[in-house]
Design a protein around this ligand. Structure first.
Ligand code: ATP
Length: 357
């Protein structure tokens, strides 16, 4: 069991601005939580406060109801996996995995069993006698995971564990870590700046910016119902498109362009108000039938992605990207009717950047 509670967690370094501000989060047992956000948003600092590697300036962190603020890192029953693996170069894979158990004074036979179990799970049985320098990046990362697994800790913390791997291996290890979590069910907090990792691995995502949580939700919630422009733009690849304009009756109007908003999607009380609308690339596409939300645009760039094109164009000064079926035979410079699926539009307040609808 490991239920975590973070209440008003705050971190200030020296006299500088707050690195983490009023961080509130409850993590249920067995969850896989991902902290995601741009560089410097405070995700590693938060993780390090949980690990006990960084003092908490104010606020409370507890595990299963026990306040942990003053508890030594070694007594927190947490296993951490770092970006640089932090393996001991002079020890074999076996010794690396066994090290923390030896320190605890665990009997040799039990250490052997635990290390072999972890090595089986991670496909490391053939490498137990090798030193880290004789391993590939992916294998080293597995040893680092193995060191966490053998400890049978309450909580796994992982700080960008895949960022030193090439992109193919990263995708493979991503799946392995997800499978490992399904098998062991250990509560995990995983830090990354990569929204794809967050979307594919998390049970819930915590999106941070400038030390402040922007939204907490399942991957689907943060994708479909982003709380603000930042989250909407950060989650999703290619990113959501944004257009500034105003609502006039049933239309979204920008410059000479008018797009019909279906009644069901029209936000109330915004007639004649400025808004930002957000449309995902998959919602700017091609439809055989033209209607009042179809616009002829000049295609600036057309990228073939296999089964579909990414088409880049500009509308009333706003660059955007849409997705079109590859059967259509498009090229740059073509004037092409793009359908804006306004029933899928998200509406944001241009001042606060919060979502209205
Ligand atoms: P990255 O993805 O680049 O690792 P991050 O989101 O993990 O970024 P943190 O490392 O948590 O961000 O840093 C948050 C803020 O705190 C940054 O502005 C950073 O410069 C500052 N910071 C981090 N560690 C220290 C430190 N030891 N002393 C002073 N400032 C620090």
């Amino acid at each position: 069991m490991a239920k975590l509670l973070m209440e008003q967690l705050t971190k200030t370094f020296d006299n500088k601005a707050m690195a983490v501000e009023n961080f509130n989060l409850t993590v249920e047992d067995e969850e896989f939580i991902v902290f995601v956000g741009p560089s410097g948003c405070g995700k590693s600092t938060t993780l390090r406060m949980i690990a006990g590697l960084e003092d908490i300036s104010s606020g409370t962190f507890s595990i299963d109801g026990k306040k942990m603020n003053e508890v030594e890192p070694k007594d927190r029953d947490i296993a951490m996996v770092f970006q640089n693996y932090a393996l001991y170069p002079h020890m074999t894979v076996y010794e690396n995995m066994a090290f923390s158990l030896k320190l605890k004074g665990m009997p040799k036979a039990e250490i052997k069993e635990r290390v072999r179990n972890a090595a089986e799970i991670l496909g490391l049985m053939d490498y137990l006698n090798r030193k880290p320098k004789a391993l590939s990046g992916g294998q080293r990362q597995r040893v680092a995971l193995g060191r966490a697994i053998v400890r049978d800790a309450k909580l796994f913390l992982m700080d960008e564990p895949l960022s030193n791997l090439d992109s193919k291996l990263r995708v493979q290890m991503r799946t392995e870590i997800s499978k490992l979590h399904q098998r062991l069910k250990t509560t995990t907090i995983y830090v990354t700046h990569d929204q794809t990792e967050a979307m594919t691995m998390a049970t819930r995502i915590v999106i941070m910016k400038d030390g402040v949580i922007q939204q907490v939700g399942t991957p689907k919630e943060v994708y479909d119902q982003p709380d603000n422009v930042f989250v909407a733009g950060f989650i999703g690849s290619p990113a959501m498109n944004f257009f500034n304009g105003r609502i006039e009756g049933n239309y979204f109007v920008m410059g000479q362009t008018k797009l019909l908003i279906p009644d069901s999607a029209l936000p109330e009380g915004l007639d004649n108000q400025e808004v930002i609308i957000g449309l995902r690339p998959e919602h700017i596409t091609h439809k055989p039938e033209k209607d009042q939300s179809t616009v002829e645009v000049n295609l600036d760039v057309v990228e073939l992605m296999g089964s579909e094109y990414m088409v880049y164009a500009t509308l009333e000064g706003h660059s955007f990207v849409g997705r079109v079926d590859a059967n259509l035979n498009l090229s740059a410079g073509t004037v092409f009717p793009m359908a804006f699926e306004m029933d899928k539009a998200r509406f944001f307040d241009p001042t606060t950047e919060k979502r209205i609808k």
